[in-house]
Ligand binder design. Structure first.
Ligand code: DGT
Ligand code: CA
Ligand code: ZN
Length: 578
């Protein structure tokens, strides 16, 4: 009997596997859901399940009932699980990996297994390439091609963590680091500070005279699964949930060089070191060093750039995409800031799938300091949500008028729509209905996997409709699992530049769509942008900074973004369009 110290993540994986195998086997749904719920709950559990087990309090963990706690107990005591062994003998565990393929469900997996003896992804890929899947009942050429594309997207997937997961985790860790005696500053560095859409690991920077108590506290955090490395200025750990973090600790008088170094990117840092060398200096995370070995210390990051003779460059733009050259030439853009945003133009209310009424959303937006809010509920064809019917618009307008009356001129409420670009390329409302609205977003939500030419043409139709003001989350991607549509962006931008439609940077961190590269391309072509959270609840209005960061990564200035404008100017731009 061996004891194994399963991590929270290990346990979650085991129950996830059980759920998947039961599903393929055709077990009743409530059992499957119980295992899934347990898996989710264990994965997100803050403490160490192992410790809870030792205290005999497993059932205190949400989602862990008698059956699950007995299995955890068996795993910790014996190192195995008889139930899983038996199940695996019936249903090959490798079948579960096929469920990772987008749009491939347990019924199909069971079919492939029983009919063709396919037991893993490699078998599946071979069968799809050989055209064997399309012969099966309920399958065809199209669904086979879709599976193949899904397998390819899986192999592109990396172990990087989406920013939307990493960011709150880092904020929580930083808040706790700030509680440690002796910690003067605790901030994010690395790709996290540069707001890349995914991060490899979290870099956390602390200023403290004495590093050892900080390192000690960090490596002993309850959710640390293992300490990968530990030294005086840097420690590296892996948490129960699979996330990794490095903590850098430097004395306050050297914090500027440390923060600059750890913020990266590596390529940006290489450029800075080249600049330093030209001045006879070497630049490290500790200091600038002159040839006589004397040091120049920088307590803050601005000083590092000052010594190098260039303006401070925002972290989001430190990707070696020409920013150092631009800084040297005095041609850095006037990067947009969160405080430049004057209005939120893409939101949902109870008229479709939003949580709040129009008035409640307007109050929430006003609390963010916004001067205007557009309500852009979905049109009816998007079957998953209730949409606004043509008949509804009158009633909705009356509700807006009444909310506007109650709120006075503290915030301007616009009646808008997020009209669906349907699979056939037409919009979900007739033109005369669109013409009545204050602002129209057109978005793709369905049939995103159409061939390039077809899906691009749909977007072009919307761009060319004179009543459409903004294209919402243009590619439709979801980070990390859903790639955007296969759009011909050259054609899209050319059409947008011509029609004058604005393109959205959707600020929701699962979207960030347009991305940084496309945003930069768009403004270079003279296209206006609009940054919005697509909030379905008041809390989501807080996500704006992710969109602004994406814009900054794309060198976007306030003047490129329509919702930095005063309401007057916005209204006159909207009126000047159809
Ligand atoms: P990630 O974690 O893959 O999303 O990307 P970063 O940028 O956070 O990179 P990471 O975590 O490997 O290292 C954090 C920072 O440390 C990186 O942004 C710059 C700095 N750094 C790491 N390795 C090197 C290096 O070899 N040379 C220089 N100049 N800087 C480095
Ligand atoms: Ca990192
Ligand atoms: Zn929306």
């Amino acid at each position: 009997m061996t004891q194994k110290r399963y991590s929270n993540q290990d346990l979650a994986d085991i129950f996830q596997t059980i759920a998947n195998l039961l599903e393929i086997k055709g077990e009743v749904i409530y059992k499957i859901l119980a295992y899934r719920k347990a898996a989710d709950s264990l994965r997100d559990y803050g403490g160490n399940v192992y410790d809870v087990w030792q205290e005999g309090k497993l059932t205190d963990i949400p989602g862990v009932g008698k059956a699950i706690s007995e299995k955890i107990d068996e795993l910790y005591t014996t190192g195995q699980l008889e139930f899983l062994d038996k199940l695996s003998a019936e249903v090959p565990p490798s079948l579960a990996e096929m469920l990772e393929v987008p749009d491939l469900g347990p019924k199909k997996v069971a079919l492939f297994w029983k009919e063709l003896g396919i037991i893993d992804l490699a078998d599946l890929e071979a069968a799809a390439r050989g055209g064997e899947l399309q012969e099966l009942p309920g399958m065809g050429e199209k669904s086979e091609a879709k599976i193949l594309a899904g397998i390819e997207s899986l192999s592109r997937r990396t172990t990087r963590t989406p920013l939307w997961k990493a960011w709150p985790a880092a904020e929580d860790l930083l808040a706790r680091l700030r509680q440690i005696p002796g910690v003067e500053i605790a901030v994010a560095g690395g790709s996290l500070r540069r707001m890349r859409e995914t991060v490899g690991d979290l870099d956390l920077l602390v200023a403290a005279e004495d590093s050892s108590p900080v390192m000690e506290a960090f490596t002993n955090l309850p959710e640390v699964l293992q300490v990968i490395g530990s030294g005086k200025t840097k420690s590296s750990v892996e948490f129960n949930n699979g996330l990794r973090a490095q903590l850098w600790v430097h004395p306050p008088e050297r914090f500027g060089t440390a923060l600059q170094y750890a913020s990266g990117s590596k390529d940006h840092n290489v450029r800075l070191r080249e600049l330093a060398i030209k001045q006879g200096l070497s630049l490290s995370e500790h200091a600038f060093t002159r040839q006589d070995q004397s040091e120049i210390l920088c307590a803050n990051e601005e000083q590092v750039y000052e010594v190098l003779g260039i303006p401070w460059i925002p972290p989001e733009a430190r990707e070696d995409r020409g920013e150092v050259q631009a800084a040297l030439a005095g041609e850095l853009p006037d990067f947009i800031e969160l405080s430049d945003i004057q209005s939120e133009l893409h939101t949902h209310s109870t008229w479709s799938d939003g949580k709040l009424s129009i008035k409640e959303m307007a109050i929430a937006a006003r609390n963010h300091g916004y001067k205007a809010l557009a309500i852009t509920d979905h049109s009816p064809s998007l079957g998953i949500t209730q949409g606004v019917t043509v008949e509804d618009f009158k009633k909705q307008r009356a509700e807006i008028d009444s909310a506007q009356k109650d709120l006075g001129d503290s915030i301007l409420i616009l009646q808008g729509s997020e009209v669906e670009i349907k699979a056939d390329g037409t919009l979900d409302y007739p033109d005369q209905v669109l013409a009545e609205l204050d602002i129209v977003f057109a978005s793709l939500h369905v049939s995103l996997r159409q061939p390039r030419e077809q899906v691009t043409q749909r977007l072009l139709n919307a761009i060319q409709n004179p009543h459409v003001d903004v294209i919402g989350h243009p590619t439709g991607r979801l980070i990390p699992d859903r790639e955007g549509s296969d759009l011909d962006m050259e054609a899209v931008f050319a059409a947008a530049a011509q029609s004058g439609v604005a393109m959205e940077i959707n600020a929701h961190p699962m979207r960030l769509d347009l991305n940084d590269i496309h945003a930069r391309q768009a403004i270079e072509m003279g296209i206006l942008l609009s940054i919005n959270t697509d909030a379905h609840s008041p809390g989501e209005l807080d996500l704006m900074h992710f969109g602004v960061a994406t814009a900054r990564r794309g060198w976007v200035e306030a003047k490129h973004v329509i919702n930095t404008w005063e309401p007057e100017r916005l209204l006159s731009w909207l009126r000047s369009r159809g």
